[in-house]
Ligand binder design. Structure first.
Ligand SMILES: NC(=O)c1ccc[n+]([C@@H]2O[C@H](COP(=O)([O-])OP(=O)(O)OC[C@H]3O[C@@H](n4cnc5c(N)ncnc54)[C@H](O)[C@@H]3O)[C@@H](O)[C@H]2O)c1
Ligand SMILES: O=C(O)[C@H](O)CO
Length: 402
């Protein structure tokens, strides 16, 4: 727990300036109008230790700036580790009065050192893995919230061992991911991306003649690996485009195929052998890690397509590049990679960047953006903050995953 001094001013009076605050040993000042919050250099973990300094600051401010009233309060500390930056209006609209929220905007777990140990709650996005290394140093943490669907980036066991619940936000962007998967499938399957790339690089006539074969999409098999929320939403879209939709998902209950009017198969191999377009919608787990590699791609019919909007770790991307190069795959749409952003010498990135690379015209790459839309961002941020608040207030959690 960090000790905070709240000073509420009369409108129109002067606010303490930064120099006077710094001279009192105040580490940081955050303004949330009309309340001013000062984090002291003392007092972490102990209200008593922080009190004398807080009183000193209060009396100094009283002398110099005549505040209407000063009081001590202990607010929780909530840290957003990555991806989200100021302004934090969605989080603050939920947590103001209960917690002080800061966003660190770091790209690696190592950068968290010294910044999160006394946090009461963490909100972590997808830029790095939150491992035991950090989790074991959390002394006050009541919850780790992943304001998103996939929680493969958080060490659930390490959190459980410290009795820290981990929660996700599973229901903010189902349609957007399905739209993104479908837009890649249509762009590749209809030749849009290929023809656009040929024209851009001046590689063909202003004509569809001499382009690679562009088979009719209607009636082709759209194969889903995983048929949960996003898989189902994608299935409905593919059906609307007249495709024959099939899925493999050993954990789904009986009857989903009938209720959606799609087919179910009982093995990955059967799914792969039938796939004209293979779209991945399962989580990254120990079971699904590298589930699609060279052998699996070889089972797909020659000239088929692969779409990955799930997690990079499910696919061996080097095998995808080779298969594109060899023409085994007619195209690939990739939103997620095992390493994000990819290393500059990643074969996939090179193929995508180099117009002369044989895979170039058949590869769509997006920066882990399938989930994103403005309204969805408001939803996952607000829902994530509400889960934090429930944990801080000791209320039942909605989406605990460990
Ligand atoms: N690219 C993005 O922006 C983005 C956004 C949201 C989610 N995602 C990813 O999409 C995944 C799916 O999201 P969702 O909302 O549909 O989740 P979900 O939990 O509703 O569905 C996942 C489905 O995968 C199935 N599954 C699990 N293991 C499987 C296996 N070994 N083989 C086949 N199926 C398996 C489950 O039974 C479940 O039906 C998430 O886990 C996340 O990693 C990506
Ligand atoms: O899992 C998710 O919700 C997306 O990948 C964004 O993090």
């Amino acid at each position: 727990m960090v000790i905070w001094l709240n000073v509420i001013h009369n409108p129109g009076t002067h606010h303490p300036n930064d120099r006077s605050i710094a001279s009192l040993g105040v580490r940081r000042r955050i303004d949330v109008n009309p309340i001013r919050l000062f984090e002291t250099t003392q007092g972490s973990n102990d209200l008593g230790a922080g009190l004398p300094l807080a009183k000193l600051i209060a009396s100094d401010i009283s002398r110099s700036f005549s505040p209407r009233r000063c009081h001590m309060s202990s607010l929780s500390k909530v840290v957003i580790t990555d991806f989200i930056t100021e302004p934090l209006h969605y989080e603050r609209s939920v947590l103001d009065g209960h917690a002080v929220v800061t966003a660190l905007d770091v790209m690696s777990e190592d950068e968290l050192l010294g910044k999160v140990e006394d946090a009461d709650a963490l909100m972590v996005y997808h830029y790095f893995h939150l491992t035991r290394k950090t989790i074991d140093r959390l002394t006050h943490c009541k919850v780790i919230v992943r304001p998103g669907v996939g929680y493969d980036g958080v060490d659930l066991e390490a959190a459980a061992a410290r009795n820290i619940p981990v929660c996700n936000v599973p229901d903010y962007g189902t349609n957007e991911v399905a739209d993104s998967a479908m837009s890649m499938a249509l762009s590749l399957g209809r030749g849009t991306h290929f023809l656009n790339s040929r024209l851009r690089h001046n590689r063909g006539p202003w004509s569809v003649e001499q382009a690679a074969p562009i088979p009719r999409l209607t009636g082709r098999t759209f194969a889903l690996l995983g048929c949960g929320r996003i898989g189902t939403a994608t299935a409905l879209r593919a059906k609307a485009f007249g495709m024959d939709v099939v899925f493999y998902d050993p954990y789904q209950c009986d009857g989903l195929d009938k209720s959606l009017g799609i087919r179910r198969v009982d093995s990955l191999e059967e799914l792969l052998r039938s796939a004209y377009i293979l779209s991945l919608h399962c989580p990254l787990t120990e079971q699904t890690r590298m589930m699609i590699g060279k052998e699996e791609i070889a089972m797909m019919p020659e000239g088929s397509f692969l779409i990955n909007t799930a997690r990079g770790g499910i696919v061996d991307t080097n095998s995808v590049v080779t298969a594109l190069q060899e023409g085994r795959l007619a195209g690939a749409g990739i939103d997620v990679l095992d390493q994000e952003p990819p290393a500059a010498d990643s074969p996939l990135l090179q193929a995508w960047r180099d117009p002369d690379h044989p895979a170039h015209d058949r590869l769509i790459l997006t920066p882990h953006s399938a989930f994103y839309c403005d309204q969805g961002a408001e939803e996952f941020r607000t829902k994530g903050a509400k889960e934090v608040l429930r944990a801080l207030q000791g209320q039942p959690l909605r989406n605990q995953v460990n």
